[in-house]
Design a protein around this ligand. Structure first.
Ligand code: DC
Length: 220
């Protein structure tokens, strides 16, 4: 299927813990890790910084075609500059779904992601990894958690980073909005691949969730 390579896909809604879990698994199994949400975020940041309107699809596509997005040492580089902090800002949170629903943008991103997965043992997380980007992945997981728990995690993360002043209720409302856009868009909506294992992290620690996934991969 993937030769000797190990390819793992993790999909799920915002705040389910995909990145944290995927990073841990990458460490344990010595895999490359690609956070595809960070790629859509990086492009969104560039759109915002360029002053292009979020509904100016033509210019957003032009911009995407002249954009370089790379991962190195677990950092994401947008046109050569590390943007790990900036892509987590609320202004990016609130606009990224509208960029990610553009068909041509998804084609550009999927192409980049498939190239990244070509020569390495890899774990990739996102919304359409098991369904569109890596349909032949050796293992597929669909990570879920209740919307309240996901909002709680995002809220704590924002508070920890002291990034901005926002209430839990607003974070919850924003996550619900994003869930709706991500799962109802026409192109590659958030959807579980039929063969994906559902992992519910609502009442589990990071370690417990990682263990559950590793056990499946190791066939225990
Ligand atoms: O996982 P995240 O919250 O960082 O993702 C940011 C946004 O990007 C999210 O609103 C959905 C979108 N996304 C997507 O459409 N497809 C992916 N493979 C990854 C993310």
């Amino acid at each position: 299927m993937n030769g000797d390579k190990l390819v793992i896909a993790i999909d799920g809604p915002a705040g389910a813990g995909k990145s944290t879990i995927a990073k841990e698994i990458a460490k344990i199994l010595n895999l490359e890790y690609v956070d595809t949400g960070a790629m859509y975020r990086a492009l969104t940041l560039k759109v915002i910084n360029s002053g292009i309107a979020i509904d100016d699809i033509e210019n957003i596509i032009k911009l995407a075609n002249s954009t370089s997005i790379k991962f190195q040492n677990n950092k994401i580089y947008l046109d050569g500059t590390a943007v790990d902090e900036d892509i987590r800002k609320n202004i990016v949170n609130n606009n990224v779904s509208n960029i990610a629903k553009i068909k041509e943008i998804r084609e550009i991103m999927v192409d980049m992601q498939q190239k990244m997965a070509m020569d390495s043992n890899i774990i990739m997380d996102g919304r359409d990894i098991g369904t569109v980007v890596l349909p032949n992945a050796n293992y597929k997981f669909f990570l879920i958690a209740s919307v309240e728990e996901r909002a709680r995690r995002r809220y704590l993360e924002i508070m920890e980073k002291k990034q901005e002043d926002i209430s839990y209720e607003k974070v919850l409302e924003d996550i619900k909005k994003r869930d709706t856009i991500d799962s109802t868009r026409d192109i590659a909506p958030l959807k579980k691949a039929p063969e994906a294992h559902i992992i519910d992290s609502t009442d589990k620690s990071i370690e417990e969730t990682v263990r559950e996934i590793i056990n499946i991969i190791e066939g225990r």
